[in-house]
Design a protein around this ligand. Structure first.
Ligand code: SAM
Length: 248
């Protein structure tokens, strides 16, 4: 059988496409891409022209079986997403899992990942961290998700879009605590790369008052709960459990 190569692409700066990624893309029978137009542009920038197959959240289940059949028949394929590492808040999970289940070799060509790039410059504890991807779009669900993370002691990582960065930071300040330290990493590896740090309330204020700070793509890194916060939340939950039992 062929090999499924999972290939990371740049998150902004095209110089971050590795020589091995280029070599792999040049040598596969076809490239499975989240958005074929986007990937065609990337490939043509490097003078490559490969057959492209669309693999996105709406067709991944159906496509996976066909792609695995093709791999089993001997073709090697590459999987890429629009930016960064496939499967990280991007399609690919079903294909990779189906390929592995069929005994096909799946091999990574690692490279850029926005969350890891942000963590590497955040200056917040990085020995243990939790990747939360995108928060829910609706305010109530977002606050509930944050509330469930309030006592997490590991560093938290979130992806956020320009549309919601302001609301997300406001909710984080309210639910996780205004003084909790955080980093907002914007447009990493691009022209307007900005890495802001400070307490959540100050970061929210800055983003709310400066329109430029709401433009582009964002990673938010938040320090984990301290031991005291943890204890307070556990105590709160214990009291709440006792109270609900009493009210039964
Ligand atoms: N697979 C990608 C990766 O490995 O980072 C992530 C894909 S996800 C659909 C896109 C999100 O990643 C954006 O909304 C943003 O939160 C984050 N992101 C991508 N590129 C970024 C950049 N250059 N700077 C900051 N955040 C970025």
């Amino acid at each position: 059988p062929g090999t499924l190569h999972v290939v990371a692409t740049p998150i902004g700066n095209l110089g971050d496409l590795s020589p091995r990624a280029l070599d792999t893309l040049r040598n596969v029978a076809a490239v499975c891409a989240e958005d074929t137009r986007h990937t065609r542009q990337l490939l043509s920038h490097f003078g490559l022209e490969r057959p492209l197959l669309a693999l996105h959240q709406h067709n991944e289940d159906a496509q996976a079986a066909q792609l695995v059949a093709r791999l089993l028949a001997g073709d090697s394929l590459a999987l890429v997403s629009d930016a960064g590492t496939p499967l990280v808040s991007d399609p690919g999970f079903r294909l990779v899992s189906a390929a592995r289940a069929a005994g096909v070799r799946v091999s990574p060509v690692p490279g850029a990942c926005a969350a890891i790039a942000a963590l590497s410059v955040a200056g917040l504890p990085s020995d243990r961290f939790v990747f939360e991807g995108f928060l829910p779009v609706k305010a109530a669900a977002r606050r509930e998700r944050l509330a469930r993370l309030a006592s997490e002691t590991r560093t938290l990582m979130f992806y956020e879009s320009a549309h919601r960065i302001e609301e997300a930071l406001a909710d984080m300040a309210i639910v996780l605590g205004a003084t909790r330290r955080a980093v907002v990493a914007r447009e990493l590896t691009k022209l307007f790369e900005t890495v802001l740090d400070g307490p959540l309330s100050a970061l929210h204020l800055r983003v709310a008052t400066e329109a430029d700070q709401r433009k582009g793509e964002f990673v938010v890194i938040v320090e984990g709960a301290g031991d005291d916060v943890d204890a307070k939340i556990v105590e709160g939950q214990r009291l709440y459990a006792k109270l609900s039992e009493y009210l039964k």
